[in-house]
Ligand binder design. Structure first.
Ligand SMILES: [Zn+2]
Length: 332
């Protein structure tokens, strides 16, 4: 399997204990230009993982074609553990790693069935509903798994890789790769959130074009990641909450450029809040419809304004006004 198209999706969390920035790496592979946007986490101690509801590696898993490339990359670095996870409707997901990733593998494997079900509940059943999850054992392996060409910054938490695919077809070869440091930097709950975020990108990839407006791509993934989990506004979006307390409300939708650099954490939070606003005020069906419209591109403001009119019956200015009103009313 040759991976030519590579997209890394990122989760940025700005909770108090996080020090977060985003790094952008541009990769050119074959005929495809691919943009990799990577999250930067600086997080506290590792916590005990929960036992996975996984089976040990069996012949069926060993023969799974999805494993071929991953096994080639992982084998030079030591013995491989593979867990097969039933993720509903006869689908089977794989969690792969080495012995030093057992704690993360256990958390991810345990969460996978719930995460797949949760993403399906929001997005619908038209995605593979299975996933290849790989926990990298070291920095070299991590870079190889995502075909980065060089070592990734140590703050990168996870990258999702996709084979190139024709529009209108279902992507294949998708895998979510967790960095060797993710387990040490994320609490189990944060690891579960990151898994759901990445799985949302996997589920929506078939209808998402490169260059679509990132506030919708990342905001939707964040909305799916936190949905129905009892997370409070102030926990999900602490920076935005602080801005609101200071009387500062957004004057427009998050700009693509702000998903990297010093404003990244706040921008992710803001994107989440825009999607949470749509879900609450218009309904999740309209949020999904809006995602499908905006993710199909282009990202320019004229097209976005047209899509907001078509799906929500509002123009951008009115949308931002209502979003600001909703933000002002949120418990913080
Ligand atoms: Zn993302």
């Amino acid at each position: 399997m040759r991976i030519r198209g590579l997209r890394a999706w990122c989760t940025a969390r700005g909770r108090g204990q996080f020090a977060l920035t985003l790094t952008t790496v541009v990769m050119l592979t074959c005929a495809c230009g691919a943009l990799v946007v990577l999250p930067n986490f600086a997080l506290p101690e590792i916590r005990a993982a929960q036992p996975a509801s996984a089976q040990s590696l069996g012949q069926a898993a060993a023969d799974d074609p999805r494993l071929a490339t991953v096994r080639r990359i992982l084998e030079p670095f030591g013995a491989i553990d593979t867990e097969r996870i039933a993720t509903g409707d006869g689908q089977e997901s794989l969690v792969v790693g080495h012995g030093n990733g057992q704690a993360e593998m256990a958390v991810l494997g345990d969460e996978l069935p719930r995460a797949v079900a949760a993403v399906t509940e929001l997005w619908g059943p038209r995605w593979p509903r299975s996933a290849m999850i790989v926990v990298a054992g070291n920095a070299s392996e991590f870079a190889a798994l995502v075909r980065a060409g060089s070592l990734l910054p140590g703050e990168v938490a996870a990258v999702t890789v996709t084979d190139p695919f024709a529009p209108g077809t279902m992507p294949t070869g998708q895998r979510v790769v967790f960095s060797p440091d993710a387990g040490a930097r994320l609490t189990p709950d944060q690891l579960r959130t990151l898994l759901r975020h990445e799985l949302t990108h996997v589920a929506t990839r078939a209808v998402t074009v490169d260059g679509a407006a990132r506030w919708m791509l990342e905001g939707f993934a964040e909305y799916a990641a936190h949905r129905a989990r009892g997370h409070r506004f102030g926990d999900i979006a602490p920076t935005v909450a602080a801005r609101i307390r200071a009387g500062e409300l957004p004057t427009g939708l998050p700009a693509d450029a702000d998903f990297a650099g010093s404003r990244a954490a706040e921008t992710y939070e803001s994107a989440w809040s825009a999607c949470a606003f749509v879900a609450e005020k218009y309904g999740e069906a309209d949020l999904v419809e809006l995602y499908r419209a905006i993710a199909a591109g282009p990202a320019d403001s004229v097209a976005q304004d047209r899509m907001l009119r078509e799906v929500l019956g509002t123009d951008t200015a009115e949308f931002v006004t209502r979003w600001r009103e909703w933000l002002s009313a949120q418990p913080r």
